[in-house]
Design a protein around this ligand. Structure first.
Ligand code: HSE
Length: 371
């Protein structure tokens, strides 16, 4: 059996990955070893093939692995991956962080969409496989059918991204802010509370008086939104927005024939589901029933939601999707701009299909390939 080393398995994405792997009994297919940067020698989890945690900074210990799966983050990849490769290690590196994504030597993995690119890479000796940006992966899972039929001329994605995209601390900061705002309302003078403009004044004051902890987001997120995610790149885009065009086209293996993609990425006060509103310019005026068929038949997780208020409220919200593998896509309609313009809205769990699942599935593809 292959020796697989796990790093960053206790963080948020790592924990979601461990839960899925346990649930699906993936550990039965490998010898698993658990590494740590801070608790070397302490007890490993029950499903480990070895009792104690190994040293995530030891090139010698890492070199003994056939496959390394890391959710430790970009800094770890930056510091360890080059030394490990320079040491002559020729194993498979499967990573959730973005560091290696755009390198020519790596493939961004989302096998329901790009299994052909993955298989070609494996046959050509590619050794680094990296999970994509969450928003990109969720978009591609929802629109996979249109990409597969090469039906898209260009698209815009306006996002509504959850706190979890920033990390566990960010989720807690959102809840703390919600609590402060809610408590201020509950505890306000009962006479003043009858007047909604007074209630609103209290909430607005809370946003501005510095009493909310905003150390993670840099602005209130509860009762607010922040139309900026990650650092600035060229031409006024954020890095998150830039990933939309660059990662999507790399995943599709069409960096020489790109589909233009752009939009505004916005952080909102949800916990772990990223939503996106698309304007899609189709290459031609495709009838709605064909579009529905293309989208709905692409993979086992995408679900076309009827464009009705009941179905939308029941199935196309973070509250409905959180913690599930479902990729609902709805609000599908031709826009009044013209028959080639399609409106769509999707929602997906940022920690599952957006992070842990493509990595988990890539590991299984490797183990099954026998390479
Ligand atoms: N960058 C994403 C976000 C999460 O901030 O929501 C990881 O892909």
């Amino acid at each position: 059996m292959k020796k697989v080393g796990f790093i960053g398995w206790r963080g948020m994405v790592g924990s979601v990955l461990m839960d899925r792997m346990n649930e699906l009994k993936d550990f039965d297919q490998m010898e698993s070893y658990f590494f740590s940067t801070s608790q070397v020698g302490q007890e490993a989890p029950a499903y480990s093939s070895e009792k104690l945690l190994k040293d995530a900074n030891s090139i010698d210990e890492l070199r003994a692995m056939d496959v390394i799966v890391t959710c430790q983050g970009g800094d770890y990849t930056k510091s360890i991956h080059p030394s490990l490769r320079e040491s002559g290690w020729n194993g498979y590196w499967v990573d959730a962080a973005s560091t290696l994504r755009m390198k020519d030597s790596s493939i961004i993995v989302l096998d329901p969409v790009n299994r052909d690119v993955i298989d070609k890479g494996l046959n050509n000796g590619v050794k680094d496989f990296v999970g994509g940006n969450c928003t990109v992966s969720l978009m591609m899972m929802s629109l996979g059918g249109l990409f597969k039929h090469d039906a898209i001329e260009w698209l815009t994605s306006m996002t509504y991204q959850a706190a979890s995209g920033g990390g566990a601390r960010h989720m807690k900061e959102l809840l703390t802010q919600m609590n402060t705002i809610g408590s201020n309302f509950v505890n306000m003078d009962k006479d003043l509370a009858r007047n909604i403009t007074e209630v609103d004044r209290l909430v607005t004051n809370t946003f501005r008086d510095g009493s909310l902890d905003t150390s993670c987001f840099g602005a209130p997120l509860a009762g607010n939104l922040i139309p900026w995610i990650d650092s600035a790149v060229e031409a006024g885009q954020t890095r998150e927005e830039w990933k939309g065009i660059s990662e999507t086209n790399k995943i599709l293996g069409r960096t020489d024939n790109i589909i233009p993609i752009d939009g505004t990425c916005v952080r909102i006060g949800t916990m772990r589901c990223h939503s996106q509103a698309f304007t899609i310019k189709l290459k031609k005026d495709i009838p709605m029933d064909e579009i529905t068929q293309m989208i709905g038949s692409h993979n086992d997780w995408v679900k076309v939601i009827d464009n009705s208020p009941e179905e939308t409220r029941a199935s196309l919200t973070p509250a409905a999707v959180s913690g599930t593998m479902d990729i609902p896509i709805g609000r599908l309609r031709k826009m009044n701009i013209g028959g080639e313009y399609l409106n769509a809205f999707t929602c997906g769990d940022q920690l599952l299909w957006g992070a842990a699942e493509p990595v988990r599935r890539m590991l299984n593809i490797l183990l099954e390939s026998g390479k």
